[in-house]
Design a protein around this ligand. Structure first.
Ligand code: ATP
Length: 920
């Protein structure tokens, strides 16, 4: 219970938000939870921007966690300017000094969720995702940093397929490793837990061979997962993970193992692992295009040095089409966190370093919240933490986001934008110079303070009280200021370089704009001149009918040649044509009347000639028509014949089709019949099976089922079953050499059996004629009579009771006492009469007793008849059917009655019988 409460309290604490944070953000919904924190969707109350708020719970619990938090903040700040890396907007320290809050730009989902949905990503999306991912990793690697935790849930994505890499908690720099490699403690690089399925083989075998190839392996796994829609290697343990990888890759060579470096786990790679072809890369991604498979194969290479690098991967055909879709940036310098990445510091050191960072940023912030960095100070966050080389700024290849935009000429908006950028950079430059001045004066002051002769300024007052300590602290502060100064200068240089790039760009655009403007003004001037000429021409031309002349005196003005767009030149051409026509008209009508007359004559002549030609053509047409008439007739006749033939062919075809149809129908019906028969047969078989099942079921559940309702049905079902069983039993009881029912010798055998039965019946009847049993009451008599038959026929099935010494050795058997005993036995061992009758009526005689019952029944009927006749003769009082059958024993009536109640003969009966003369 206490444990539960503790867990509950812990969970509550994880979910709880700091009051300061709550006052700034309106937290709306939980986006996800990782191993180290919870992410919520929230709205900034002031700006109304939607952000992702991540609470790193107990961020400084131990050194590992503190280092993780520290790395996450430092690297996120360094890489936040890249479009494919999630932007860290703000950092908040919690008032409890334990938790930590990071504010990110909001993304709608992550790649894991998108892949999980299935079939959301089309081929083009996968390519674009991959391009952006490689682009981000290329940028990270250019800063000599490795991410080490690439997996789909750390890749954020939005509805426009824009992608951002998140979670830098395991990122680390490679730059210092060379220097400090020897100092590394054992296991230092292996104590982190990256998700197993995306871990590179060198990490799995605990090799210390750390390269950027680790991330490239992760990229291969992610691409494979996007294509296959499930993770490629889902190992259940480290060993299993290695096995899965080795199974899917081509044969592992000694060189591969050597390339991973010496480690206790590399022996796992050299093991002879059974390969299953189904799990080879080709087989797992058989539905993918060649480009995709080739990229996956180039990334998932055992030797980390042989894997594609991010720089080469981005030119791979699978993604190359997007190479201008996004800014491709490079750092050109190593990112080195202030607290060395290869060393472990105290929790407090990590915490203090981070808090310092926050405080520094808060001091320049316009935001009034005490514990937060400022969102207005966001540009500050973008700067790298520290650089090891002299500043070489980010070189953005293209700043546009799509190929279409990239191809655009620089617009006025862009020019304005660049102007604004320059202004901003200028002001940043100014601010930095002021800062440098301020730092320089601080350095001077501190230096003065550190010398004992100097008058103690307030800052160094305390130092002066301790001799020697003042100098030391002064030197320290000088050193610190110099260090700051150098850092600021480096940053300043970076800003200046960026400004230079922008200025260069601006000048290029301006020159381009200038040349284009010149071109436009030239074109405009030319157009205006042309229009003016046209207007002048129009003014000059006389208002006459425009007429084109064929005169040899035609004089055409030269048509001006334009070098502008086609459309423009076409328009111009048509205008020129129009203009030239006007000119021709004007030129072909000289003022003298003679020439005009000549022209008229010429025209008249022309008209006449045309008329003649027309007539000629008319005649020709008529002649051809006349020739065509008989041909027409013939053609019509032929077409009618063809139609007739066609009709006949159609009829014939239809008839044939009918015939084949009916034949087909016949075939169909035959097939149908066969099908139906087969189906019926099948159903019959099924019914038989069902019947058996039902019988078994009813038998099993007879006691719980209502017997009255089901018995009749059961009987029907059982009948067939029992008949089968009977046949089976009969077959089993048959003597050797007799075949089953239906065979000839079986019939003969049965006939003989029947004869034997008849003989026995006759024998019993003959015995009965002797009235041997008349001294007994009927019921006893019947039972005793049939006892012999029972003994002979039914003993196998129902052995006779041990009748005792007296009966067994009895000479006068079947004597009365014996009969009584038999009767007693029958009473006990045979079913009550009513049941016999029921069974008999339902023809359900027990197979073992049927012969006895049959005889019993016949005999009973006979006795009954006899008794009736006797009654009629003697006219005596009617006795019950099974009462005494003899008048000779009427004096025993009282005893008889007693015996009727209880069929067991009394001792008196036996003694009486023994002493009677008949028994002697
Ligand atoms: N900026 C964001 N916008 C939307 N959702 C986010 C954002 N950042 C993180 N998330 C969601 O929160 C989840 C956890 O975030 P993150 O990976 O940063 O936490 P973590 O504790 O470091 O997890 P991990 O266990 O992977 O180390 C992510 O998988 C993602 O779904």
């Amino acid at each position: 219970m206490a444990n539960y409460q503790a867990v509950h309290a812990q969970e509550r604490r994880i979910q709880e938000l700091d009051k300061t944070v709550e006052s700034i953000f309106d937290v709306r919904k939980r986006m996800g939870k990782g191993a180290y924190g919870i992410v919520w969707k929230a709205t900034d109350r002031r700006t109304k921007n939607t952000v992702a708020l991540k609470k790193v719970f107990d961020a400084f619990r131990d050194e590992t966690d503190a280092q993780r938090t520290y790395r996450e903040v430092i690297f996120l700040r360094a890489f936040r300017c890249h479009p494919n890396i999630v932007r860290l907007l703000d950092i908040f320290k919690a008032s409890n000094n334990l938790d930590f809050y990071l504010v990110f730009e909001f993304m709608e989902s992550d790649l894991h969720n998108v892949i999980k949905r299935g079939n959301v990503l089309k081929d083009v999306h996968k390519r674009f995702v991959m391009y952006q991912l490689i682009n981000a990793i290329k940028f990270i690697h250019s800063g000599n940093v490795i991410h080490r935790d690439l997996k789909p849930s750390n890749i954020l994505i939005d509805s426009k397929c824009r992608l951002k890499v998140a979670d830098f908690g395991l990122a680390r720099t490679l730059s210092s490793r060379r220097i400090y490699d020897d100092l590394e403690q054992d296991g230092m690089l292996t104590d982190y837990v990256a998700t197993r399925w995306y871990r590179a083989p060198e990490i799995l075998v605990a090799s210390r061979n750390y390269t950027k190839g680790i991330d490239m392996w992760g990229l291969g796994c992610i691409l494979g997962e996007m294509i296959r829609q499930k993770p490629l290697f889902q190992g259940t343990s480290t060993v299993n993970q290695i096995e899965k990888i080795v199974t899917s890759l081509p044969n592992v060579t000694k060189l591969d193992i050597a390339s991973i470096g010496p480690s206790f786990g590399s022996v796992l790679l050299s093991r002879n692992i059974q390969r299953d072809r189904r799990y080879s890369l080709d087989e797992m991604m058989k539905n993918c295009c060649d480009d995709g498979i080739s990229l996956v194969k180039a990334l998932l290479v055992l030797n980390p040095h042989n894997r594609l690098t991010a720089k080469t991967a981005i030119r791979h055909p699978y993604v190359s089409r997007f190479q201008y879709a996004s800014a491709e940036m490079d750092f050109h310098m190593d990112i080195v966190p202030p607290l060395k990445d290869h060393m472990r510091y105290d929790v407090d050191q990590y915490r203090n370093s981070l808090y310092e960072l926050i405080d520094r940023e808060t001091s320049g912030s316009a935001r009034t919240v005490s514990n937060s960095t400022s969102s207005s100070n966001r540009d500050e966050l973008a700067k790298p933490v520290r650089v090891t080389k002299q500043t070489r700024t980010i070189s953005a290849k293209q700043s546009t986001t799509s190929p279409a935009e990239r191809k655009k000429e620089p617009s006025s908006v862009e020019v304005t934008q660049s102007r604004r950028n320059i202004k901003l950079l200028g002001s940043a430059h100014k601010a930095k110079s002021t800062e440098i001045n301020r730092t320089e004066s601080a350095v001077t002051q501190a230096y003065i303070a550190s010398t004992p002769a100097a008058a103690a300024p307030p800052a160094a007052a305390s130092a002066a009280t301790a001799p020697g300590a003042g100098r030391k602290s002064g030197e320290k502060s000088v050193h610190k200021c110099r260090h700051n100064n150098a850092a600021i200068q480096r940053e300043l240089a970076a800003v200046a370089a960026a400004a230079a790039v922008v200025r260069r760009k601006k000048s290029t655009w301006q020159s381009q704009a200038k040349s284009q403007g010149k071109f436009h003004s030239e074109a405009k001037a030319h157009a205006q001149t042309t229009i003016q000429t046209h207007k002048d021409n129009m003014k000059d031309s006389p208002p006459r009918m425009m007429q084109k002349s064929q005169s040899p005196m035609d004089a055409k003005e030269p048509i001006p040649q334009h070098r502008y767009s086609n459309k423009l030149s076409q328009e111009k051409k048509s205008k020129e044509k129009h203009h030239s026509m006007l000119c021709i008209t004007r030129n072909t009508f000289p003022s003298d009347a003679k020439h005009r007359q000549q022209m008229e004559i010429l025209q008249r002549e022309e008209r006449r000639q045309m008329k003649r030609e027309l007539e000629l053509k008319d005649n020709q047409r008529r002649r051809i028509e006349a020739e065509n008439d008989p041909l027409k007739e013939t053609t019509e006749q032929e077409s009618t014949t063809i139609k007739e033939i066609k009709r006949k062919v159609c009829e014939h075809t239809e008839k044939k089709a009918d015939e084949s149809l009916s034949k087909g129908q016949h075939n169909d019906s035959t097939t149908f019949g066969t099908c139906v028969r087969e189906r019926i047969h099948h159903l019959e078989l099924e019914m038989e099976k069902c019947t058996e099942e039902l019988v078994d079921f009813v038998e099993l559940n007879a006691d719980v089922l209502n017997y009255a309702n089901v018995s009749s049905h059961l009987k029907k079902l059982q009948r067939s079953k029992e008949n089968n069983e009977k046949d089976e039993d009969d077959r089993r009881l048959l003597p050797e050499g007799i075949c089953g029912p239906g065979s000839q010798n079986y019939k003969i055998f049965r006939q003989e059996q029947e004869k034997e039965r008849q003989r026995q019946v006759q024998e019993f009847l003959a015995r009965d004629e002797t009235n041997e049993y008349d001294n007994l009451d009927l019921d006893h008599a019947y039972r005793a009579k049939y006892y012999t038959a029972y003994k002979e026929i039914g003993k196998e099935l129902n052995p006779a009771p041990d009748s005792g010494g007296r009966d067994s050795g009895s000479e006068h058997s079947p004597g009365r006492d014996n009969d009584c005993k038999y009767a007693d036995y029958f009473r006990k061992s045979t079913p009550p009469k009513q049941i016999w009758k029921d069974l008999e009526r339902g023809n359900e005689l027990n197979r073992g007793h049927d012969r006895i019952y049959e005889l019993f029944w016949l005999e009973e009927r006979r006795e009954e008849e006899k008794y009736r006749r006797m009654l009629a003769q003697n006219d005596q009082e009617e006795l019950p059917v099974h009462s005494c059958g003899s008048c000779r024993h009427r004096h025993h009536k009282h005893n008889h009655n007693a015996r009727f109640d209880n069929l067991r003969p009394t001792e008196d009966d036996i003694q009486e019988a023994d002493s009677s003369p008949e028994s002697n």
